[in-house]
Design a protein around this ligand. Sequence first.
Ligand SMILES: *Cc1c(COP(=O)(O)O)cnc(C)c1O
Length: 381
Amino acid sequence: MKEWSKETILAHAGTCWDEKTGAVSMPVYQTATFSHPGLGKSTGYDYSRSGNPNRTALEEIMAVMDNGARALAFSSGMAAIDCFMKLFRPGDTLIVTEDPYGGTFRLLEKVYTPMGIKIIYVDTSSNNEVEKAFNPDVRAIFVETPTNPLLRIADIPGIARMAKKRGILTIVDNTFLPYWQHPLELGADIVIYSATKFLSGHNDVLAGIIVAADNTLVEKLYFYQNSTGAVLGPWDSWLIMRGLKTLPLRLERQEKNALEIAHWLTGHSKVTKVFYPGLPDHPGHALLKKQSGGFGAVISFEVDDPGIVPVILSRVKGFLFAESLGGVESLITFPAVQTHSDVDPEIRLRLGINDRLLRLSVGVEAVNDLTDDLAQAIDNA
Ligand SMILES: *Cc1c(COP(=O)(O)O)cnc(C)c1O
């Protein structure tokens, strides 16, 4: 049989697990433990920290989606990042994107740096800067692309080549571009997701995913996952899998809306800058077009006066004032105060995360309702 396309595989995620009844939708195996057919025998499941059918189904789909050896599902994106960090030892150095997700920055700075792991923060949208940062202690490069909230784009194949040459790992946080961008196919060793965002798509569950390119690596990661226990529960696995079924549809609509809103913002008199890699004048546009099937649905923009920010945030209705992204409901965030408050103020300003910067996560609503909403909020501010 000809292989199914990813859209078809996703739409059919988890079907026909229950041979007894033929249930089309996968049952939720809400169980902590599994009985054994006899001494030394196992159904393949023993205890839900080690494995649960709902988690397995989700992990299998994610491994297929990203062409990995195997995937692991965690209780949050941070738990997934925390898991791969256990591959490193005191004295090891990592090169990391200089403007990572705020929680990633906090984990690296406040948990792993005190344990003796060294982090070199680099502008990973410049291969030159990455190349300059290598030293003999570097064990991995951890790239977030596009970055949050300024949407800078890293050259995944270029960076993976530099890493391979030195025998070190390339790890990519692909939270912003699932389904569109496949880091393992571009040469990365590990891809991680906050599945809380686009993969779930409904702002209703917290989850994280790791997909690894090779079995030896994923066995190590599974050992840490099973030993520490931040696994995704059966219900939450089911919810993420339910989200995956409509992922391509949602993304298509969200991207279309985002592009329209980005153009609309560009023409607004109180908007001084728009950051969206789908706009042809975005510095990462051509690169992203080469390595990704889409540009995503996150936009950042600057207004001309910090004084109007609180007014905009209180007036919007179509955009909910909340942190997070990727869901069907559009959200608006004030990064300097919300998602990036743990980043040193000086670094924040150098990166461009100032008090005039707002971030949008664009959902699936009718786009005119969204632009009308922004218009009434910004025009009257
Ligand atoms: C949200 C997010 C995380 C953390 O994921 P949680 O599910 O909130 O723990 C990591 N990386 C990026 C890019 C994110 O947006």
